[in-house]
Design a protein around this ligand. Sequence first.
Ligand SMILES: [Zn+2]
Length: 156
Amino acid sequence: MKILENNIILLKNNTILLVNFNFSYFLTQYCLVRFMKINYKRYLLYLLRWQLSTPILAGVLVVLASWSSLSATIIANLIGGLIFFWVDRFIFTSSALDAQWQVEENIQCHDCGRIARGYRLVKTQNYDRTGGTPEFRCEKCSQKKTQILKQAGVAI
Ligand SMILES: [Zn+2]
């Protein structure tokens, strides 16, 4: 077995195995969770997009099976980049995915007063509290508040 690229492994029988083993991928995941206001819709789409990249890149490698592994990998990554630049741009900038949550550690819940991890809905398609005074809620109270907002017609 030989690792050709960060996500391509060449087995003994010269079969190319494409795996999503990519350090930058895991680093991106960590940064998304740790530092951004978490938008689970974007996050889920981003994870699905990574699943899509595997069959597409594998398909290109099958088509280019007669090429050298290196050339085929370069072309596969080029095609992947041409496609996923636009997909990623949509995932990270589309206002259609705009439900934004702010998560903070050790806050006092606005409803029950408990000190816990606090959640706050900042913005969705028809809800905007970006300029308002932040009201964080613990997970339990946040779920209740989310239900109330949903019943009031807020798209979450
Ligand atoms: Zn609470």
